[in-house]
Write a protein that binds this ligand. Structure first.
Ligand SMILES: *Cc1c(COP(=O)(O)O)cnc(C)c1O
Length: 375
């Protein structure tokens, strides 16, 4: 059996090998490393894949979130709603722009933010909400949209872990996540479902005006050559990364389906272990399994992780500390105990290896080892 990894980029490299190599070679030959034709071509293709939205490429997913906050003209003193249990980027950019963060409680079942938590977190200074579609499954967008509309605030979707997942409206309509709120953001970090071989990110919007301004902000706020209309940043997707992403995008649905097949096998093999809560599927979303994340309910999460590690099985804790308790973000307003679900999840979650190239043998071995631990 092949040694286990959380994400096996070597197998991916073998799958895409010559196709990626010739795409990269083309860029090396034309030497337009920045703003090469691949960047717009990829943005166009991704926009079409997402249902005809405008895609503004940028340097990484964190920048995408920052660009979204900047184009909404949020100002120091404004506040944003952010789930307490997520990756740090979501909060970091808000803090960097001088915004106040109001945390929102999350669900113990699906790990995304809890609609009931929104009203609790609400204050009149809130100008936007950033739902994160965590681990590959959509946040409860219908409730989030209704809340945002009622309060007159913007919705920025953090789609870094769920590119290709679909939200299912009560009417039955399917829509790609990242295209539902006012602005969508994503990351092409190598381990994401659509990853490049370096850093990359993008912002999505249906508004042409907003798209033009996002592109301008990402390019130093430059309106015409050496004319700077507003303060911007330097955030670009480079031509080589765009060329790689163009090769990979047509395979995104296939790769996500392979993740789903792996997840189904995990669930089949692990469903009879009462100490585990397996990933809970929600009715309002497809699940593209960026992560396959368990809750270990008997308090032995860390022992299980060590046990697996000794047997050659990597597992990761996403995330070991909720953001409201991180030294950089802690405040008297949110003492320990403020978000019991987020705090409990940080003690109980464990993510198993997950990528499109997991073999049945590997999954069976992981499941068998987990069974041995609980026997
Ligand atoms: C990966 C990730 C980001 C940041 O993406 P980078 O490209 O690494 O900056 C933001 N939010 C979430 C939820 C992520 O998983």
């Amino acid at each position: 059996m092949r040694p286990l990894k959380m994400v096996d980029l070597e197998l991916e490299r073998r799958f895409f090998g010559p196709r990626v190599e010739s795409a990269v070679l083309e860029v090396l030959n034309h030497t337009q490393f920045i703003r090469g034709p691949e960047v717009q071509a990829f943005a166009q293709a991704l926009g079409e894949y997402l249902g005809g939205i405008r895609v503004i490429p940028c340097a990484n997913g964190t920048d995408a979130l920052q660009l979204a906050l900047m184009v909404l003209d949020l100002r120091p003193g404004d506040a944003v709603l952010v789930p307490a249990f997520t990756y740090v980027s979501t909060a970091e950019v808000a803090a960097l722009l001088g915004l106040k963060i109001r945390w929102v409680e999350v669900s113990l079942d699906h790990f995304n933010l809890l609609p009931e938590g929104l009203e609790e977190a609400w204050a009149p200074d809130v100008k936007a909400i950033i739902p994160v579609h965590l681990f590959g499954q959509a946040a409860p967008m219908q409730e989030i949209l209704e809340f945002a509309q009622k309060k007159g605030i913007a919705v920025i979707e953090d789609t870094a872990q769920a590119l290709g997942a679909e939200y299912i409206f009560p009417s039955g309509l399917h829509q790609k996540v990242g295209t539902i709120g006012d602005i969508g953001c994503t990351s092409f970090f190598p381990s994401k479902n659509l990853g490049c071989y370096g850093d990359g990110g993008a912002v999505f919007t249906f508004s042409q005006e907003r798209a033009e301004r996002l592109a301008r902000i990402a390019n130093h706020g430059q309106s015409t050559l050496y004319e700077f209309a507003e303060i911007g940043v330097n955030s670009r997707l480079d031509s080589i990364q765009a060329a790689i992403l163009r090769v990979k995008l047509p395979y995104l649905d296939q790769m996500n389906a392979q993740r789903q097949a792996a997840a189904e096998l995990y669930t089949l093999y692990l469903q009879d272990i009462p100490e585990l809560q397996l990933p809970q599927r929600v009715s309002w979303s497809t699940h593209i399994f960026h992560q396959y994340t368990l809750r270990v309910l008997d308090g032995r999460r860390d022992q299980l992780k060590a046990y697996l590690s000794e047997r050659g099985i990597p597992a990761m804790i996403y995330y070991p500390k909720p953001l409201h308790l991180q030294p950089a973000y802690a405040s008297k307003e949110y003492p320990p105990g403020s978000f019991p679900h987020a705090e409990r999840l940080s003690q109980e979650v464990l993510s198993l290896p997950m990528h499109p190239f997991l073999s049945e043998d590997q999954i069976a071995y992981i499941a068998e080892t987990i069974h041995l631990f609980f026997r």
